[in-house]
Unconditional design. Structure first.
Length: 481
């Protein structure tokens, strides 16, 4: 099969000679097939232009780059927005895609919202799928297609996945839209019919530099990637919601606000009820109520964002609200994983200051004894959040164990030291399994232990190696399960 390169590139193909055909496309020179076009993309450490010779040796028929380059006898097409061009080419290569694609952005809650949305679709009898941190999931069939390391996959993988889902007659997809994915144009060419915003707080400033740039990247989902005739759901209880509302309105989208100040779904009261919460509110002025079988007010927020997105994608409002009574939390999101000596042990993915604070505040009212937390921080990432997380743990937990997360190429002891500056009374145990076992061994009746930071992950990155490791497995071993 061959493709017209000019047509593949769409609006970016103006300088491509007519009649130039390729067999496909790629940005990994080592995996390029004969006859494909090689996109030399800029990276954080190296530029794809350094691999042009390898791509040519493997049979590249053309090179697309954001700078002039020597590619022997192979034509080089210079496109300034080369990442966007790559995404558009991937979208045009892998058509058709599902009719309804919903994007969710925010610092926290993306995984829960897309999980909840696909569960609502399934309960309504509609087959849907999600793409994000947990991989590609077909909820109705309970199938797992693939897993990846990125919240938002690279453009080629994303569009290939969408094409495959369409081939399986899946026409509704919920997608986690990370700030990196939006900023790096991985989502260009999708055309979102609905988007949602959960919240915005300190994260990824090692990449974006400051909160303004981080916010601007997230806003791209609303002001650039959302279809002008689409829907935008905004959690207006978050202090950062206003720019997202204005972006949706300027885009010409239908705005649906949710929360205690929401106009589409307004929350009037939330009362704890054992392991769930009774919620009373109004939907466009009409009374509504549901019992969310999950703890944490933040999960109520995530649930109503998902419900509104379900309505925006064609689910009847009554069915969407009713489905909230049956939601299950995704793996590693405030998940009760075991008990020991009358104490409860939870695992949560919270690896950001606001998320850690929210989870600890959620668990405090459930604790009749002591509240403890085991956590660390990732290496080669935003260093500014380490002391913030230490301060939060110091203020909200009764005992703290500081351990390793994914140290990557940083010195693990130095990472722990950054955290310990803000929580000097914490116990320091570098080995994560030992840290979890020690914390579990000291639990007493009525205590709650939170193991935070890695959630669903099944590996630990030390140096450049991925070592098999699971918080779930470590807890199970510690309690003898």
């Amino acid at each position: 099969m061959t493709f017209d390169l000019k047509k593949l590139l769409g609006k970016y193909g103006t300088d491509v000679p007519a009649g130039m055909s390729v067999t496909g496309l790629g940005a990994n020179s080592g995996a390029l097939a004969d006859g494909e076009v090689f996109f030399a993309l800029p990276g954080t450490r190296t530029h794809g232009a350094e691999y042009i010779d390898e791509a040519v040796d493997r049979g590249a028929r053309a090179i697309v780059c954001d700078r002039p380059a020597d590619a022997k006898s192979v034509p080089v097409i210079v496109i300034e927005e080369v990442r966007a061009a790559f995404a558009v080419a991937a979208a045009n290569r892998y058509r058709p895609m599902p009719e309804t694609i919903v994007g969710v952005t925010g610092t926290s809650g993306k995984t829960s919202v897309v999980s909840f949305l696909t569960q609502i679709w399934a309960r309504a009898g509609v087959r849907g799928a999600s793409i994000g941190t947990l991989g590609t999931l077909d909820t109705l069939a309970d199938g797992h297609h693939s897993g990846g390391d990125l919240t938002t996959p690279d453009a080629l993988e994303l569009h290939r996945s969408l094409f495959e889902l369409k081939g399986e007659n899946i026409d509704r997809v919920a997608l986690e839209a990370s700030s990196h994915g939006i900023d790096q144009h991985r989502l260009d060419g999708v055309g979102f019919s609905a988007v949602g915003f959960t919240n915005l707080s300190h994260d990824h400033l090692d990449y974006h530099g400051d909160m303004e740039s981080y916010r601007s990247a997230k806003l791209g989902l609303f002001n650039r990637l959302l279809r002008p005739d689409g829907f935008a759901v905004v959690n207006c209880d978050d202090p950062e919601h206003m720019p997202f509302m204005f972006a949706a309105l300027e885009r010409g989208a239908t705005l649906m606000t949710v929360g205690r100040e929401g106009a589409h779904i307004e929350i009037l009261s939330i009362e704890r009820d054992g392991g769930g919460q009774n919620v009373v509110g109004r939907r466009v002025g009409e009374d509504m109520a549901f019992r969310l079988p999950l703890v944490g007010e933040f999960q109520v927020s995530n649930a109503i964002v998902a419900a509104a997105l379900a309505m925006a994608s064609g689910v009847e409002s009554e069915a969407a609200i009713e489905a909230l009574n049956h939601l299950k939390g995704p793996k590693g999101r405030l998940e009760l994983v075991g008990e020991h000596n009358g104490a409860s042990i939870f695992i949560d993915y919270s690896h950001k200051p606001a998320a850690l604070k929210s989870v600890l505040e959620t668990l405090r009212p459930l604790t009749s004894g002591r509240l403890g937390v085991v956590f660390g921080a990732g290496g080669d990432r935003d260093r500014g959040k380490r002391a913030l997380m230490g301060k939060i743990a110091n203020e909200h937990a009764d005992f703290v164990v500081v351990t390793d997360d994914n140290p990557r190429t940083e010195n693990a002891g130095a990472i722990r030291a950054d955290i310990l500056k803000a929580v000097p009374d914490a116990r320091e145990i570098g080995d994560r399994a030992e840290a979890i076992a020690t914390a579990v061994a000291g639990l007493q009746a009525g205590d709650i232990l939170l193991v935070a930071g890695k959630g669903h992950e099944e590996h630990q990155i030390v140096g450049t190696r991925k070592l098999s490791f699971s918080d779930h497995g470590a807890v199970a071993e510690a309690i003898g399960a």
